[in-house]
Write a protein that binds this ligand. Structure first.
Ligand SMILES: *Cc1c(COP(=O)(O)O)cnc(C)c1O
Length: 404
C-alpha cells in the first residue's frame, strides 16, 4: 500500500489523538527514514529523542533478535537476569542504588510520584504529600502526570485533576521557596524543559533547588525522560549541574526504541516501596531490557558521549550562523544534541516545508524548532540539514515573494 492508502485506512480505524502529518515511515537506518512511497528523509526528530543510536542500530537489532528467540516475557513474580543487569549498569553510572522498571515516561513519573508520597507518609505522616512542579513542564498523559504537568492545554477537559500539585515558574528559586509548605513532600523538575521549548535554567538554579530540598527535607525528583541517555553529551543531564536528585526517571531513549521506563532512587528512598506497593505486568521484561542493555552499553563503550558534545557544538554553531542571517530567528540554545531555535513566527509551516524537502524536524511550544537528531549524526548530515533549512528560511523571509 502507498502512503495515501495507509492514511485513508488510518482515518477509518485510528482514534484522532494526534494531529498527524501525512507521512508513513516504514523503514529506518541511522539518521534516515523511508516512507511507504520510497521517499527518503533525514531525521532530526529521532522519534522525539528516542532513537539516540539512530534507527535500527545493529547492536540493538541483534539484542532484540537474540532475546526474542530465547524468552520474550515472563512475570515479575520471578527474577529477570536482563533486568537485573540493566539495573546494575544504570546504578553504577548514576547517583542511584535501586531501579524500578515500567513501560513509558508517564509510568516512570507515576512511580516517582507514588514513591515520594509513600516515603513521606512513612517518614512524616499523612499530611505531607504535595509536590511542586514547574509551569511549562511536561510529565506525561496519565491522570497523575497530567496533574503534575504545568500546561493548561494538557490538563483541560479532565477535571477533577489529582489533588496535591502546585506549579511555579521554572528557573526561579524564590518562587519555589515561597511555594513550599508543611504539606510539601517533593519538588519535581525536568533538568531542561523539552516540550516546554528547550528551556535551560541559569547556572546555580539547581544548586539552590538542591539546597532548598535539603533544608526542608524534600525529595528532589528529576524527570530525565527526554534529556537522559546521552542526549546532552553526558549520560544524565543532572551531571551538568553539580548536584544529584533523590529520584530520577528515564524512558524515551533507554531501549533504542523499545518501550521502557524506569525510576531510579537512593536506597533510603527506594526502601519505601515494599512488596505489593507498586508494579507492572510488562515492566522490565526480558525483551525490552535486553534492548536497553545493548543501548546503554553502546552509548558508554562507543564514545557516543564525547561525540555528542562535539557534534552538538557543531550543530549549535551552524544554527547560530542561520540566526545571523534571518531576523525571525530570536535565539538558539542547547546542550549537546538537545537544541532549540526560538522563532518570532510560528514554526508549523517550516516543519511542513521540511517534509516536502525530505527533512524531519519538530516544533514545540508553537515557536521553537527542536533539534534532537540521533547522537550518531554526522557533520555531513548536519550540513545537508542546514542547506535544506537555509532554503526554507530564504523562501519564507519577508520580501522573498514566496509567501503571501
Ligand atoms: C515524553 C516525556 C514524558 C512522557 O513519556 P511517555 O513515554 O510519552 O509517557 C514525560 N516527561 C518528559 C520530560 C517527556 O519528554
Amino acid at each position: 500500500m502507498n502512503s495515501q492508502q495507509w492514511i485513508a485506512k488510518a482515518d477509518q480505524y485510528i482514534m484522532r489523538t494526534y494531529g498527524r502529518y501525512p507521512l508513513v515511515p516504514v523503514r529506518g537506518e541511522g539518521c534516515r527514514l523511508w516512507d511507504a512511497d520510497g521517499k527518503e528523509y533525514l531525521d532530526f526528530l529521532a522519534g522525539v529523542a528516542v532513537n539516540n543510536l539512530g534507527h535500527c542500530h545493529p547492536k540493538v537489532v541483534a539484542a532484540l533478535q537474540q532475546q526474542a528467540a530465547e524468552l520474550i516475557h515472563c512475570s515479575n513474580y520471578y527474577h529477570i537476569p536482563q533486568q537485573i543487569e540493566l539495573a546494575e549498569l544504570l546504578c553504577r553510572h548514576s547517583f542511584a542504588d535501586k531501579a524500578f522498571f515500567c513501560n513509558s515516561g508517564a509510568e516512570a513519573n507515576e512511580a516517582a510520584i507514588k514513591l515520594a508520597r509513600k516515603y513521606s507518609l512513612d517518614k512524616f505522616g499523612p499530611e505531607r504529600y504535595e509536590i511542586i512542579t514547574a509551569t511549562e513542564s511536561f510529565h506525561g498523559r496519565t491522570m497523575a502526570t497530567v496533574s503534575a504537568t504545568g500546561q493548561a492545554k494538557v490538563q483541560k477537559f479532565f477535571d477533577p485533576l489529582l489533588h496535591g500539585f502546585h506549579h511555579v515558574p521554572f528557573d526561579n528559586v524564590e518562587a519555589l521557596r515561597a511555594a513550599v509548605t508543611p504539606n510539601t513532600c517533593a519538588i519535581m523538575l525536568e533538568p531542561i524543559q523539552g516540550e516546554g521549548g528547550v528551556n535551560i535554567p541559569a547556572p546555580g538554579y539547581f544548586q539552590a533547588v538542591r539546597q532548598l530540598c535539603n533544608e526542608r527535607g524534600l525529595l528532589l525528583i528529576f524527570d530525565e525522560v527526554q534529556v537522559g541517555m546521552g542526549r546532552t553529551g553526558k549520560l544524565f543531564a543532572y551531571e551538568h549541574f553539580g548536584i544529584t536528585p533523590d529520584i530520577m526517571t528515564l524512558a524515551k531513549a533507554l531501549a533504542g526504541g523499545a518501550p521502557i521506563g524506569t525510576m531510579l532512587a537512593k536506597d533510603e528512598v527506594a526502601a519505601a516501596f515494599t512488596p505489593g506497593t507498586h508494579g507492572s505486568t510488562f515492566g522490565g521484561n526480558p525483551l525490552v531490557t535486553a534492548a536497553a542493555l545493548a543501548t546503554v552499553r553502546t552509548i558508554l563503550e562507543d564514545g557516543i558521549l564525547n561525540a555528542t558534545c562535539e557534534i552538538g557544538d557543531y550543530l549549535l554553531g551552524e544554527l547560530l550562523t542561520l540566526k545571523e542571517k534571518y531576523p525571525f530567528v530570536a535565539e538558539v540554545r542547547g546542550i549537546g544534541l538537545m537544541i532549540g531555535m526560538g522563532l518570532t513566527i510560528p514554526g508549523a509551516d517550516i516543519v511542513k516545508m521540511g517534509h516536502e524537502r525530505g527533512l524531519l524536524l519538530n516544533v514545540t511550544h508553537d515557536t521553537v524548532l527542536r533539534f534532537v537528531p540521533p547522537l550518531i549524526v554526522t557533520k555531513q548530515e548536519i550540513d545537508r540539514m542546514i542547506v535544506i533549512l537555509d532554503g526554507i528560511f530564504a523562501e519564507i523571509s519577508p520580501g522573498s515573494g514566496a509567501k503571501d
